[in-house]
Design a protein around this ligand. Sequence first.
Ligand SMILES: Cc1cc2nc3c(=O)[nH]c(=O)nc-3n(C[C@H](O)[C@H](O)[C@H](O)COP(=O)(O)OP(=O)(O)OC[C@H]3O[C@@H](n4cnc5c(N)ncnc54)[C@H](O)[C@@H]3O)c2cc1C
Length: 251
Amino acid sequence: MKKRTEMTVETVQEVALDTIEMKLNHPYISTAAQPGQFLHVLAEGHTLRRPISIASIDREYGTITILFKVMGSGTKNLAAMKPGMEVNVVGPSGNGFTVQETPARTALLVGGGIGVPPLYGLAEELQRKGIGVKSILGFQSRAHVFYKEKFERIGTTYMVTDDGTLGHHGLVTDILDKAGRFDHYYSCGPIPMLKAVREQLRGHPGFLSLEERMGCGTGACLACVVRAETESGYQKICTDGPVFDADEVIL
Ligand SMILES: Cc1cc2nc3c(=O)[nH]c(=O)nc-3n(C[C@H](O)[C@H](O)[C@H](O)COP(=O)(O)OP(=O)(O)OC[C@H]3O[C@@H](n4cnc5c(N)ncnc54)[C@H](O)[C@@H]3O)c2cc1C
């Protein structure tokens, strides 16, 4: 069950260009959260909350890590918070990733930019469940790269940058075949990337996490609807997602 509550900021640090890692403490949220869910964060000076994915969960220490890119004034204000301050959140929100344990032995994770954070929590969960992880991670440039070593500690990781300053020069979809065999794939990133990944991996079971614009986060305002193969013809990212079966949504 999600709660509206205050989380205490433990650490804030810039881990890549304009990209902030923030550790937040809350015993209940860290116990209830699942990889792929998000926190709906109230940034100072704003009425609408900002959705930020849960990047890692430490149940022992009661913390949740989020990673966000400074895009506008909401994320700028959030980045200015200091350890000891309190952030008002609603969470854990959304459905989270479905981890297929059988017969899955290997999962392929494909992330782009700010779509990478939720995949890290998923990678940790897959590793805990004994499922092999291969990752393909795309960023604008070397300066934007974060968590490369953390993913490498979990499994084979291929890096891709738009400008070729690290890893493959181009798009994550250029090197999908490098990953070899896998049972399921999980992808998060911009919609054009998700469309291309799904197209190339057609025939493989997969899950897509959508990080589009969101309004109320409670399913009431319909700001985040996406067309889907359902009776109603749509799904809400905030309450039906953000994770969907790859064949369910029309991108
Ligand atoms: C389920 C979900 C999970 C998310 N997880 C993360 C995360 O883990 N890390 C992270 O950095 N961001 C994440 N986002 C995106 C994040 O919510 C937005 O970047 C943030 O709300 C921007 O707020 P702002 O006030 O800083 O910018 P605004 O002033 O609202 O916008 C600044 C600029 O960013 C653009 N923008 C705003 N939201 C988005 C978006 N969702 N996608 C693309 N462009 C956008 C605007 O069009 C505008 O040009 C997630 C979004 C969703 C829906």
